[in-house]
Design a protein around this ligand. Structure first.
Ligand code: ADP
Ligand code: ADP
Length: 225
């Protein structure tokens, strides 16, 4: 559980500033929605925090440590994608274990942590199945378990609900929020959907054209001016 600080963060593609001088402080345990129309720079911001896109300028601090030049694997971040990005030939448990095996943890500890993560998303009974035998909502929960099993100091979610139907979206929203609060894990959540941001986030940061346009509680951001 860590604070996140973005300091004058910029990403340029050619002469386009996809992210144009973002400064933001996220408190420990806060669930922040980055909200804005397509192309405003949400995903690019998230990918810079995750280390998958290199910042053109500025810096990123996680728990007070400057991670701007660290590779993704050294940032201790859990990442949930819009497409679940599960390995199709691996079972649910193998998918969840993957990050721990990369870290060369002892077998018994891996098994224990995978079971705990699967319990958290109520999928222990599905441990030996292949992803293709799971529903979309279940696959999304595997992806969440895989992000959480490394005990990340920060959780980044990119449109985690957008591939789900309306009912599942409502259920996953509650589930993400409940797990996020139970673990107290600092979370940044990208969405283009106002209602989603309003109903899940502690705080909403509205982006437009690479900049922060509004920042506050859901009530204050959506209050009439
Ligand atoms: P959002 O997630 O809010 O939809 P993005 O962060 O994906 O926005 O994109 C912000 C801007 O940066 C857009 O104009 C997009 O076309 C541009 N962009 C994103 N990735 C690249 C890239 N790899 N190369 C060039 N331009 C990019
Ligand atoms: P998303 O909004 O989920 O990032 P996009 O369709 O905008 O999805 O982008 C898909 C991929 O293409 C991303 O890796 C993004 O960085 C890249 N991309 C987006 N816009 C551009 C662009 N103008 N030129 C090159 N790559 C881009």
């Amino acid at each position: 559980m860590s604070t996140v600080a973005l300091r004058s963060l910029v990403k340029r593609y050619g002469n386009v500033n996809a992210v144009d001088d973002i400064t933001l402080d996220v408190a420990e345990g806060q669930l922040v929605a980055l909200l804005g129309p397509s192309g405003c720079g949400k995903t690019t911001t998230l990918r810079m925090i995750g280390g998958f896109v290199e910042a053109s300028a500025g810096s990123i601090l996680i728990g007070g440590t400057d991670v701007t030049r660290l590779p993704p694997a050294r940032r201790n971040i859990g990442f949930g994608f819009q497409s679940y990005a599960l390995f199709p030939h691996m079972s649910v448990a193998q998918n969840v274990a993957f990050g721990l095996e990369m870290r060369r943890l002892p077998r018994a500890e891996i098994a224990q942590r995978v079971n705990q993560a699967l319990d958290r998303v109520r999928l222990r009974a599905m441990a030996d199945r292949l992803p293709k035998h799971l529903s979309g909502g279940q696959q999304q929960r595997v992806s969440l378990a895989r992000a959480l099993v490394i005990e990340p100091s920060l959780l980044l979610l990119d449109e985690p609900l957008s591939n789900l139907d309306a009912q599942l979206r409502g259920e996953m929203k509650l589930e993400i929020r409940q797990i996020q609060k139970a673990m107290g894990i600092t979370t940044i959540f990208v969405t283009h959907d106002q209602d989603e941001a309003l109903s899940i986030a502690d705080r909403i940061v509205v982006m437009r054209s690479g900049r922060i346009e509004q920042d506050g509680t859901p009530e204050s951001v959506f209050a009439a001016p």
